[in-house]
Write a protein that binds this ligand. Structure first.
Ligand code: LLP
Length: 432
């Protein structure tokens, strides 16, 4: 359950009025709820309690240091995909020994850095990568813990750009090749085969693809675990969140929806998968990103102009696709609500940013309460893949990020000053 709700007609994040934050810190503004992050982590942790398990937060979803420290304090590990992310773990006070390193393009320097930090495991995506990790480990006189990411070739029924577990995707090693790969990796002297990983996609909302993939991979895990004394299995696939409440059933938290409806929730996940996973006797590792932080963040924006064309009502706001690219990139839905609720008729509106691209929109033809210049809106469920995918396109500074806990709030990241955008640049000497 997230902690953004109306008190009277004003939107609050926990005990803080969002309007107050917008007035104090300006817009565009990301606002995160610490209690929501904590609650979601604890819900997953509780669902997995019957198993020896480790949650490695996929920090690609939100790598704000305060978000990460919250999770590190709860005992979370981290799923990292670059040396930069691993350095962020350290900066946030996380434990590299609870980190897994995923990604298809790990460089030698990244492998060396991760090995020196003593990470829990490299999740390997190709055979040349395994060979490279062995070489780096040999040079450093270390033993590198590895798992192979199996591509189970199962359709996850999510957006094409976030499906990861079919043979049309660049991820992992084909199911049929896995046994051979383990046999060859086992001969490399500076490796320890620690586990097996699988990932079928992000924003999964149904249990069935998950069940199918686990069912397919389980006999393989059992075989490999017995042969190579594996320690863990990671049955990955990101639990989805509800972006569009009209699609969610009931007023209660959507994760309380009966598992019978086939909706993927920590409870339905546990109900369907725990018996199978328990039979393995291995540690279970999962790497959720969106489920933990997605509904824990909003993007606050201010209306600059309202413009009617022959056909459309455009609400032009001060946030844009450089702040939140998901609608432009995936046509994704984010609920848009006013910070101060008004009654009255709705108008079918396009909420758009100021960037010079027709793709720079947050919604199209959506019935919204009438707004005027100076009104503020919140884009909900922006806590995952929001700020982390922001850019300086059109030389627009990165938004500020505010962290809230109860009635407390603080700047977790200052708004970028405009000259910082070109701080690393210079006019080349021959042009001076
Ligand atoms: N583990 C692996 C190996 C992944 O590829 C991903 C996401 C995750 C974990 C975390 O998945 P989650 O729990 O967040 O679903 N930018 C896109 C999402 C890209 C996800 C890529 N991989 C979006 O805004 O929807």
């Amino acid at each position: 359950m997230h902690q953004f709700r109306y008190v009277g007609n004003k939107l609050f994040c926990e005990g803080v009025s969002v309007e107050t934050l917008a007035e104090k810190f300006g817009t565009p503004l990301y606002v995160y709820s610490q209690q929501t992050v904590t609650d979601h982590f604890q819900k997953l942790d509780a669902a997995l309690a019957p198993l020896d398990h480790l949650i490695c937060f996929a920090m690609k979803a939100n790598s704000n240091l305060s978000v990460m420290r919250t999770l590190a304090n709860l005992g979370s590990g981290f799923d990292v995909v670059s040396a930069g992310e691993l350095q962020r773990v350290i900066a946030a006070g996380g434990d590299p020994k609870k980190c897994v390193f995923a990604g298809v393009a790990k460089s030698e320097a990244e492998i060396e850095f991760a090995l020196r930090q003593g990470i829990y495991c490299f999740n390997c995506e190709s055979e040349p990568e395994i060979v490279r990790i062995n070489q780096v480990a040999a040079r450093l006189k270390k033993i590198a813990p590895i798992a192979v990411r199996v591509n189970p070739n199962v359709e996850a029924h999510t957006h094409a750009k976030i499906t990861t577990g079919t043979y049309a995707n660049k991820f992992g090693i084909a199911f049929e090749h896995i046994e051979g790969v383990y046999a060859r990796a086992n001969k490399l002297k500076n490796l320890k085969l620690r586990g097996l990983q699988m990932h079928i996609g992000s924003q999964l909302t149904q249990v069935s693809p998950y069940e199918l993939a686990v069912k397919k991979v389980l006999p393989l895990v059992k075989k490999l675990a017995a042969k190579y004394a594996l320690e863990f299995f990671s049955p990955g696939g990101g639990l989805g969140i509800i972006y569009n409440p009209a699609l969610a059933s009931g007023a209660a938290g959507w994760w309380q929806t009966p598992a019978a409806k086939g909706i993927l929730t920590p409870a339905s996940y546990a109900e369907k998968l725990l018996p199978q996973l328990q039979s393995l006797g291995l540690k279970i590792l999962i790497e959720p990103g969106r489920f933990i932080v997605g509904n824990a963040g909003i993007l606050v924006t201010r209306v600059e102009y309202v413009k009617r064309t022959g056909k459309k009502n455009f609400v032009i706001v001060d946030a844009a696709m450089n702040d939140l690219i998901r609608p432009a990139f995936y046509d994704s839905y984010h609920e848009i609500v006013p910070l101060v609720k008004k009654s009255g008729a709705t108008v079918a509106s396009d909420v758009v940013g100021g960037i010079c691209e027709s793709g720079d929109f947050f919604c199209k033809d959506r019935p919204l309460a009438k707004v005027g210049a100076g009104d503020r809106l919140a884009l909900l469920s922006a806590g995952a893949y929001g700020f982390v995918m922001a850019s300086n396109y059109n030389t627009r500074p990165l938004a500020a990020e505010i962290f809230v806990n109860g009635k407390k709030f603080a700047v977790a990241r200052a708004r970028q000053a405009i000259p910082e955008i070109w701080a690393g640049e210079k006019v080349v000497s021959w042009l001076k």
